[in-house]
Design a protein around this ligand. Structure first.
Ligand code: SF4
Length: 377
């Protein structure tokens, strides 16, 4: 079977080239063609020796998941739904801002953590994405957006592993993808602009610190264990004090000198002023010196199965003010792409709910065809 070259980091690609009888340094040229130039056709990699190209055509491929649908919001946000087989779909979102372009990438089909406020969590876990499926989202989005916008320079400047799934529960397949994102021969992202978001898989936070320290975001959502046990069930295994200890261990080698804490604002659940003060004390006092932190308050995107409601805007602002006044920089996430769907995971959930019917209806062109035409569906 042909090897999908999106499975490999540079080291892996070099080893693959050796199996074809090619020198390792050839892999750098090939790596650049694939990731920097977005080329999937070996015949078009004109500065590679013809014999090498022929071997690649025989033994390798560059393959991304098929695009089921593409949604373009009035505010420029683009969401893609990719088919990853067996009725599973994953979402990828590109969010343009004045000074950056952020891509939100999925790491699993479904998720086993089962956070109460998360549409993906309600769908259950299907499987881990492969490295090629994780990286393919960036490969496709970067090169599609370049063609769509008529740009030659890099469009995706920031990546957040905040899409569907818990990235640290797919650690071994995530790691090569992160390395490619950081490589100067590929996407050249700085460690500060690559964020892994976790619900708190403590041992893997320690491994990430050793293997590939990038910016870290932690989904906290509650200031005490009782409530967090209910909102983020993983908390029963790794309670808040263990999670914050792991954050303190992470910081010395991290590219940023703070951890970002995500806090989804749920009406009447975790948005009382007392809870803001408990959160403040928790982060300020933990371990004696506190955890250097920024907090990102996220307006909840309601979906019927959750039984939860979004906190009123005034309460979110009051919560943010209490934290800011207490000395922790706190922002409220702007909602983007509201006109093209609601919460993360809902498009994919829609596909699953209709047991394949919508999948067949929505499937139009392959990702590579889309890339070739550069047009919206
Ligand atoms: S919030 Fe993240 S970790 Fe929790 S269920 Fe959703 S995808 Fe999984």
């Amino acid at each position: 079977m042909a090897a999908n070259l999106l499975e490999f980091d540079l080291e892996g690609l070099a080893a693959f080239c050796e199996t074809l009888g090619e020198k390792r340094f050839r892999s750098v040229q090939l790596f650049r063609w694939i990731h920097q130039r977005g080329e999937a056709e070996f015949a078009r990699m004109t500065d590679l020796a013809k014999s090498f190209r022929d071997k690649l055509a025989q033994h390798a491929t560059v393959k991304v998941p098929e695009v089921l649908s593409q949604h373009l919001s009035r505010d420029g946000t683009v969401k893609w739904l990719f088919d990853v087989g067996s009725g599973n779909a994953i979402e990828t979102v590109f969010i343009p801002e004045e000074d950056r372009g952020t891509l939100c990438i999925s790491s699993q089909a479904g998720c086993a953590v089962g956070c109460r406020f998360c549409s993906t969590g309600h769908q259950g876990f299907s499987r881990n994405l492969t490295t090629a499926e994780i990286l393919g989202q960036l490969w496709f989005a970067e090169h599609f957006m370049r063609r769509h916008l008529g740009r030659a320079d890099r469009v995706v400047t920031n990546v957040v592993m905040m899409g569907m799934g818990e990235p640290l529960q797919n650690y071994d397949l995530l790691l090569p993808a992160l390395r490619v994102m950081l490589s100067d021969h590929a996407y050249g992202l700085s460690r500060r602009r690559l964020t892994v978001s976790t619900s708190g898989v403590v041992p893997m936070i320690d491994r990430l610190a050793r293997d590939c320290p990038v910016a870290l975001a932690v989904s906290l959502h509650a200031p005490e264990d009782g409530l967090r046990d209910r909102l983020v069930p993983l908390n029963r295994k790794y309670p808040i004090h263990e999670l914050l200890d792991a954050c303190l261990r992470y910081l010395p080698g991290a590219p940023r000198d703070f951890i970002t804490f995500e806090y989804c604002m749920l009406d009447g659940v975790n948005d009382h002023p007392d809870q803001a003060h408990r959160l403040l004390r928790l982060l300020r006092d933990h371990g004696g010196r506190g955890v250097p932190a920024k907090i990102n308050l996220i307006p909840f995107n309601p979906f019927p199965a959750s039984g939860l409601r979004r906190s009123p805007a005034a309460r979110v602002q009051a919560f943010a003010a209490a934290l800011n006044n207490g000395g922790i920089v706190t922002t409220v996430r702007k909602t983007r792409g509201d006109d093209i769907d609601a919460a993360c995971g809902q498009l994919a959930g829609d596909v699953q709910d209709r047991t394949g019917v919508r999948v067949r209806m929505a499937r139009s062109r392959s990702a590579l065809q889309l890339l070739d035409t550069g047009r919206n569906t």
